[in-house]
Design a protein around this ligand. Structure first.
Ligand code: NAD
Length: 491
């Protein structure tokens, strides 16, 4: 791959140390693993591999910091620190974008707009939001006055996935700090660099030592498991696969940790025949293939009403074939590499499975072939599936969508809800009453009508069924990151 020889691919990568009690720790070199660039398969650097020992140190630093200077920070002092972190992310946005692009294989332009700028916004948003939070109070028949007081939950463990590394980490860390907690972060082993850089930023912004700690490592029998079961961790917020959520819930159960889970999805994208087709196609390209389809909210099950189905498929295939797959640093690239070899094999195996199940690969279906190295997959559309097909039922989490025709509203609702997942859904229609009706019947936490991925951070974010537990965003984040006590005063 030509671009692999470009110094941008290696010169800006960093080695990833743990960050505990305000210091980066030099690991014993036998306790490191390699960080690989998915677009070139080259080594970017090493990552410290933490386990119980490092998690114990980090949790103890976080516990200690709860009683330190951080405890006496006022809301406005925390706001100032959070704003500064957001400002520094913007100041260092090129560097952070390069790190995120190298780690994930996603297009640089997407990493800049979606991951890095939004990460800064997460801090700016929660910096301001904390100043608007009030407390409830009730006068009970002039007999008693009740009011609530809010305090931090304590030490919060944060376990993150690789698809939106800094965005999802900051989505958790900003409200966690805004509410006065301390944190131990465990980034995904495949994408450790921006989290490491964020530790430098936190220090520079004046976050006291021990308030934010980071331990690198894996999940099972490693840092993730150690954090989930640690008796001195008060709450765990986790984003990742549903089956990992089950393991974390089990590990957290003996010490009754508070949990917030954002898990997998297999989201329906429902197109009624009265929709504006051009708009549907442009947005559906994004909801299918943005970030190589590695977004929990991607609409990977497309249902199109008879009458529009043939035209939809024809136009969608035409546009999909034109998507530029390749070098993440090329400004024209729209689809980059998937995260790594194992995931590449998983996604390709679903394409093989679709063929075995008698489905039709309408476009794509192969390794995108212009490079010798890198985990590139052609954006793929599969038709001729049934509701029982595993490609329709299981989360593939790559640039692969299925398309099925339907006739009636009842039929498509039945299909759409026939899943254990309940994260997102998109509805396309120009019939206002139908939009409200279908939205109220779709079993999903996040429902879009005639759009996709339009977010306002004040709104509740999370999934139902096997897609999550709890909601974060705006005041909902503070339901998780704070403990409320009620005080009753006899009048
Ligand atoms: P994953 O569950 O494999 O890993 C996520 C994190 O959990 C990693 O840091 C990993 O090291 C850790 N982990 C793994 N096993 C663990 C264990 N037993 N105990 C503790 N920690 C453990 O998920 P992934 O492959 O990194 O991410 C993709 C998944 O994330 C997809 O299912 C996607 O839908 C989901 N996701 C959901 C949302 C959402 O908002 N609902 C957002 C992004 C991604």
């Amino acid at each position: 791959m030509q671009a692999a020889k470009d110094s941008r691919y290696t010169a800006k990568s960093i080695d990833c140390r743990h960050f505990i009690n305000g210091e980066f720790l030099n690991p014993n070199q036998s306790k490191t693993f390699d960080n690989i660039n998915p677009a070139t398969e080259e080594k970017l650097g090493w990552v410290a591999e933490g386990g119980k020992e490092e998690v114990n140190l980090a949790v103890s630093a976080a516990r200690h910091a709860l009683k330190g200077p951080w405890k006496s920070f006022t809301d406005s002092e925390r706001t100032k620190v959070l704003r500064k972190i957001g400002d520094l992310i913007l100041e260092k946005k090129e560097e952070l974008t390069i790190l995120e692009t190298l780690d994930t294989g996603k297009p640089y332009s997407l990493a800049m707009e979606m991951d890095i700028k939004r990460s800064a916004h997460n801090f700016h948003f929660f910096a301001d939001y904390i100043t608007t939070l009030g407390n409830e109070s009730f006068n009970q028949n002039n007999m008693a006055l009740h009011y609530s007081i809010r305090r931090p939950v304590g030490v919060v463990g944060m376990i993150n996935p690789w698809n939106l590394p800094l965005l999802l980490l900051t989505w958790k860390l900003a409200p966690c700090l805004a509410a006065g907690n301390t944190a131990v972060l465990k980034p995904a082993e495949l994408t450790p660099m921006t989290a490491t850089k964020l530790m430098e930023i936190c220090k520079e912004a004046g976050v006291p030592d021990g308030v934010v700690n980071l331990v690198h490592g894996f999940g099972v029998n490693s840092a993730g498991a150690a954090l989930s079961e640690h008796p001195d961790v008060d709450a765990i917020t986790f984003t990742g696969e549903t089956k990992t959520g089950t393991a974390i819930m089990k590990a957290a159960a003996p010490t009754l940790k508070k949990i917030s889970f954002e898990l997998g999805g297999k989201n329906p994208n429902i197109v009624f025949a009265d929709s504006d087709l051009d708009e549907v196609i442009e947005t559906t390209l994004k909801s299918s293939f943005m970030n190589q389809g590695e977004v929990c909210l991607c609409g990977s099950r497309i249902y199109v009403q008879q009458g529009l189905y043939d035209e939809f498929l024809e136009k969608m295939v035409l546009r999909t074939k034109k998507l530029k797959v390749g070098d993440p640093f090329d400004s024209e690239t729209e689809v980059g590499a998937v995260i790594g070899e194992e995931h590449f094999q998983k996604v390709m195996s679903y394409i093989d499975l679709a063929k075995e199940e008698g489905a039709r690969i309408v476009t794509g279906g192969r390794r995108a072939g212009q490079y010798e190295k890198g985990f590139f997959i052609e954006p793929t559309i599969i038709a001729g599936v049934t509701r029982e097909s595993r490609c329709v039922r299981e989360e593939i989490f790559g640039p692969v969508v299925t398309v099925m025709p339907f006739e009636t509203e009842e039929e498509v609702l039945d299909h759409a809800n026939d899943t254990h997942y309940g994260l997102g859904a998109t509805i396309w229609t120009n019939d206002l009453r139908r939009a409200h009706r279908v939205a109220s019947k779709i079993e999903a936490g996040i429902i879009w009508v005639n759009t996709w991925y339009l977010r306002d951070l004040r709104t509740p974010f999370g999934g139902m069924k096997h897609s999550g537990i709890g909601r974060e965003g705006g005041s909902h984040s503070f339901e998780f990151y704070s403990e409320l006590s009620n005080v009753t005063i006899k009048l």
